[in-house]
Design a protein. Structure first.
Length: 117
């Protein structure tokens, strides 16, 4: 009986090893990735062609929007600062104060996403 248990364990281990090693040996399941297309040396990777007028106008518009949003963010921050200075630091913050802080956070995230592209 102990010999048959050892044999059964050995057979199970060999079968498990064969199953685990088999997918790695099949070339169809592990294709070799194709090389990336050649890029132009005068242009950094990932950037659009800067010579196109549509791209330039889109980038200029994006820059204007970012500047406008930053000005709005500055206004909100100064308003929040004045409101915080008016309130008692030992008192609970007002709902309006918290909402303004959330609005500032939302606008800052929008600016960050626009700046990323």
């Amino acid at each position: 009986m102990p010999g048959s248990r050892r044999r059964l364990l050995f057979v199970l281990l060999v079968a498990l090893g064969a199953v685990c090693l088999r997918p790695k040996s099949l070339p169809a399941q592990n294709p070799v990735p194709s090389p990336p297309p050649p890029r132009r040396d005068d242009q950094p990777p990932g950037l659009p062609d800067p010579s196109s007028t549509a791209t330039k106008s889109m980038l200029e518009q994006n820059q204007k929007n970012i500047k406008k949003d930053i000005e709005r963010l500055y206004e909100l921050i100064t308003q929040l600062k004045t409101e915080v200075e008016k309130t008692d630091s030992t008192a609970v913050l007002s709902v309006a104060l918290v909402k303004k802080a959330e609005e500032i956070e939302k606008l800052a995230k929008q600016i960050k996403e626009r700046a990323k592209g």
